[in-house]
Design a protein around this ligand. Sequence first.
Ligand code: GCU
Length: 332
Amino acid sequence: MRIFLLGVVSVLTLLAGCAQSSESSDTEEFTLAHNMPTDHPIHESLVDFQRILEEKSDGSMKLRIYANEQLGSEREAIEMTQTNAIQFTKVSASALEGFSESYSLFSMPYLFDSQEQYRETMKMPEIQEAFYNKTADNGFIGITYYDAGVRNMYTNDRILETNDDMRGLRTRVQPSQTSVQMIEALGGTPTPMGFGEVYTALQSGMLDAAENNESALTDNNHGEVAKHYFYTEHAMVPDILIMNVDAFNELSEQQQEWVQEAAAESTELHEPRWDESMEEARQIAEEEMGVTFHNVDKSSFMEAVEPLQESFQENEATREQYDLIMGENNNE
Ligand code: GCU
């Protein structure tokens, strides 16, 4: 598998440097890779992006989408985007923390008060400016965000009532320093790993717990091996569509607009699709997979992570973004 992936990567590397001209010299083809299956709502929204971009450009800008980690994990897809081996990827903001510290803010527990506030904030032009260009020196920029839901804890068989029940639980987190600190603050044992490894790790008992939105149970089958889901609602970490910065700069102004408009329109279409998918996921997990959904004492989780939240108030590297999100600028 590894050899196959390397093969794909080196072919893509040979093609690096520009999108591919195909069919006629007026048609450019771009590559986008991501880590979710094709029946996942995020894939469907990326297909919207593909369709709208093609429509706006009258067929002159085409997108080839590789789903399902076919080209590698989120980390590998970011690295391929950096080198322009692929032009786009969609990754969790947590995966971008290692490329710009500003993104660590999204892994801060309880950053947003509500889903409405989260969605509104993520669409504010000043917020987008404060994040999306921060990685330009690393070879890529943000283009849009997609709602990736509310993250909650789930376990093989352990029952959580308060955060005390997290003690010693080997809990999978995304490879992000802030996510590691969050599980430490809650008393668990953080185990960072790529998303594609989580199912087997839960199944083999290497992990006791993980945290994600409801679709991880169904679209990614974790509900087969994790039977309890707890509404800790500890984070809303957006997915970010990123693009190689040179590939973007080489586009004409008109093409750049098409990319941005197509992305923004796909973000709008994504929201109702997401809400419907999460309801459906809960129903399928409950009725067909035997997962039990629990309410927990959320306040104990909130209290346990207060020191981590406070450390963000003092962090100069994320101050601009923190103030913007907290709306402090409006109060001046
Ligand atoms: C969410 C997110 C993915 C990410 C995954 C994870 O599902 O949308 O981009 O890979 O969480 O926990 O790794």
